[in-house]
Unconditional design. Structure first.
Ligand code: CP
Ligand code: NVA
Length: 336
């Protein structure tokens, strides 16, 4: 039986099978091609889409907006000061109102519980655009980028280095375990993912044949196809800079680390935003306070021929479009 994602929310990749993830990646590639040809889509025609964000965003926000418009949908951005969510009105009541007026809801915020409640009470598909725990739409874009580069996912050697217990690391682990990607998480033990996630991931890996390894040693990047990192301090954890800098300095992605991988074909990925140069106010303040030259990645690697970070950023839009079209769109209208 073919994959059918009609009416489905995307709260975490744990709820999706490898066939369903593959289906979304193929649909995203098709929609990307269609956009390249300049074809205005109609598969989301008449669909009102709420984009409810408690945290700031560049890529995810504009991806939902542009993706919706490209396919004829009508996106409405609702920032944290625009609604009474959680302050004057419960998440459940907000969900019931939004569900009556909108056909789908994108949510970015703190607690995973909020996105779960929105899905449960709105009665319409809800797409997780990042919570403290997961970032599933990010990983779809990451996998599309890897697939475009190497042509396949199963058997790819993927190294994530840095804060191993954040939303991106969790979702990459889950996605890799499902897709048969050999995933090595390299981080100090203090920043390894929680055991609940590790256990879930091990079960998935047994089914797919993915090898999942945890290491404290940056040398574990040897012969990897992908090196991936993320910021050392995620949104909402700003008080942790001192602690993270101390723990993570040996895990910086720099030219030395790229050399350790010893693979000319490797690519560097980062979900972005990134502190890789001296052109951000927050980054500059931290560099000065701690006497740093760089944080999670050096400018040299970020700007190098290994880097695919802007292909990856563009792919956020194509994959988010696929998620919306698959769950609320008219698939017959997706022609190429
Ligand atoms: N990668 C990502 O989610 O970027 P934004 O925070 O800009 O949405
Ligand atoms: N881990 C980062 C990802 C940003 C896209 C954060 O949560 O801030």
């Amino acid at each position: 039986m073919g994959v059918n994602l009609k009416g489905r929310s995307l709260l975490t990749l744990l709820d999706y099978s490898s066939e369903e993830i593959n289906y979304l990646l193929e649909l995203a590639a098709k929609l990307k091609e269609k956009k390249r040809k300049g074809i205005q889509g109609t598969s989301l025609k008449g669909k009102n889409i709420a984009i409810l964000f408690e945290k700031t965003s560049t890529r995810t926000r504009v991806s939902f907006v542009v993706a919706a418009r490209d396919e004829g949908g009508m996106p409405e951005f609702l920032g944290k000061n625009d609604l009474q969510l959680g302050d004057k009105e419960s998440v459940k009541d907000t969900a019931r109102v939004l569900g009556r007026l909108f056909d789908g809801i994108a949510f970015r915020g703190f607690e995973q519980k909020t996105v779960e409640l929105l899905a449960e009470y709105s009665g319409v598909p809800v797409w997780n655009g990042l919570t403290d725990q997961y970032h599933p739409t990010q990983v779809l874009a990451d996998f599309l980028t890897v697939k475009e580069e190497f042509g396949y996912l199963e058997g790819i050697k993927f190294a994530y280095i840095g804060d191993g217990r954040n939303n991106v690391a969790n979702s990459l682990l889950i996605g890799s375990a499902k897709m048969g990607i050999h995933f090595t998480l390299i981080a100090p033990k203090e920043l390894w993912p929680e055991s609940r996630i590790v256990n879930l991931v091990k079960e998935e890996a047994e089914k797919s044949g993915a090898k999942i390894n945890f290491s404290t040693d940056p040398d574990a990047v040897y012969k990897t196809d992908v090196i991936y990192t993320d910021v050392w301090v995620s949104m909402g954890e700003e008080a942790k800079f001192a602690e993270r800098i101390k723990l993570l300095q040996p895990y910086q992605v720099n030219t030395n680390l790229i050399k350790k991988a010893d693979n000319d074909k490797l690519i560097f990925l980062h979900c972005l935003p990134s502190f890789h140069n001296r052109e951000t106010t927050i980054g500059e303040k931290i560099y000065q306070e701690y006497g740093l030259e760089a944080m999670e990645v050096t400018d040299e690697v970020f700007e190098s021929g290994y880097s695919r970070v802007f292909e990856e950023a563009e792919n956020r839009m194509h994959t988010i479009k696929a998620v919306m079209v698959a769950s609320i769109g008219d698939l017959n209208a997706v022609q190429d």
